[in-house]
Write a protein that binds this ligand. Structure first.
Ligand code: NAX
Length: 329
């Protein structure tokens, strides 16, 4: 079988880290051939064309074809998986509203181009920030494509949270499970350890051996560390997260297409679960079954968790209202 994959922002940093792993079979497995469409804006075409030449030189067995374009109709033609990574970064003096508007100008037309050109079962993963609201705009612009086919990346946040827990508990990260991210992929996100396990045992109990006051540690150290990890990487590395973001994108798409054994996190369209207003693209604990994300329902949510979920969801509502107010939704 061959899957057609469109990557926007293919000339950018995350694009460069993603392409070779996709071609090597890390995303869809060793038996699935891939056809890549690299969609850029004119200024990014050179970098995308360079990446295409290197893909050729990689002589990947699974890579059938690579095409570079700045035309969304060509880029999304017959695509099965659209990875929307390219976005407008916040420039100097840009207000939040300007940023949302600039990105609505990208993700609205891309949503429409997906509806007009993509394969009937297309799945769209939004990485470019502000990811949740960009996904909302793309989905709203994609007439005839169900909102369930759109999701935004919060897997990097979850991976960061699991890694932090592994570090303090002195346990392999592979033994840490069920650490969902709720809400927005932003500083208001809520990495939730209430249901987390380490080697099958509750993390909340395990933490007591390492931390005096667990709720205080969660509030003052863990949650801010996870939520601001992107800024920490920029400070230390001098550039934003790239390989870890590409890795999370690979895992997100792999799980969506091939299914999960346990919970993970993804920002998906709410149908009102956990009081999140219907239609918002909010991060939830999810599983993937038969190629569809399913929100894990029936979890107990403490008052403490409720407040944090509500705060992040309020930010998502604000973003939606700003975009609506500008007539872009
Ligand atoms: P770069 O600036 O390196 O690359 C972005 C690329 O997108 C550029 O080549 C640009 O020409 C292209 N582009 C811009 N508008 C486009 C359009 N309309 N169509 C096609 N291509 C377009 O950024 P990079 O480091 O690769 O990051 C990409 C995006 O990921 C950013 O928005 C970033 O904020 C976001 N991130 C999201 C994360 C998440 O967890 N959801 C984590 C990592 C990352 O911060």
């Amino acid at each position: 079988m061959t899957t057609t994959i469109t990557l926007t922002g293919a000339g950018g940093q995350i694009g460069y880290a993603l392409l070779f792993r996709i071609a090597a079979g890390d995303m869809l497995g060793p038996d699935e051939k891939v056809r890549l469409r690299l969609l850029e804006i004119p200024q990014g075409l050179g970098a995308a064309e360079g990446a295409a030449l290197e893909l050729q030189d990689g002589a990947f067995d699974l890579l059938e074809h690579v095409e570079v374009t700045d035309d969304p109709a060509v880029g999304f033609d017959g695509t099965d998986l659209a990875l929307l990574v390219g976005a407008r970064p916040r420039g100097p003096g840009m207000e939040r509203g300007d940023l949302l508007a600039a990105n609505a100008g990208i993700f609205g037309p891309q949503g429409a181009a997906i509806a007009a050109n993509a394969a009937p079962g297309v799945r769209v993963t939004v990485v470019g920030n502000p990811a949740n609201t960009n996904a909302l705009i793309a989905a709203a612009s994609a007439d005839g494509v169900p909102a369930e086919r759109f999701s935004a990346l919060t897997r990097l946040d979850e991976n960061r949270a699991r890694a932090q827990l592994a570090q303090i508990l002195g346990a392999p990260v592979s033994t840490i499970s069920r650490v969902p991210i709720w809400g927005n992929h932003s500083a208001t996100q809520f990495p939730d350890v209430s249901h987390a396990t380490v080697g099958g045992a509750p993390v909340m109990e395990a933490l007591r051996a390492f931390v005096d006051d667990v709720p205080d540690w969660l509030d003052s150290i863990f949650i801010p560390r996870v939520a601001k990890r992107g800024a920490e990487i920029i400070q230390v590395r001098g550039s934003s997260s790239v390989a870890s973001a590409a890795n999370a994108t690979i895992e997100h798409v792999r799980d969506w297409v091939r299914g999960t054994d346990d919970w993970t996190s993804a920002a998906v369209a709410s149908h009102g679960e956990y009081g999140v207003p219907e239609g918002l693209i909010s991060s939830f604990p999810v599983t993937s079954v038969d190629g569809e994300w399913r929100i894990v329902e029936g979890l107990e949510v403490s008052d403490w968790a409720r407040q944090r979920i509500d705060a992040s969801v309020a930010e998502l509502l604000e973003e939606r209202d700003t975009v609506r107010g500008l007539g872009l939704l």
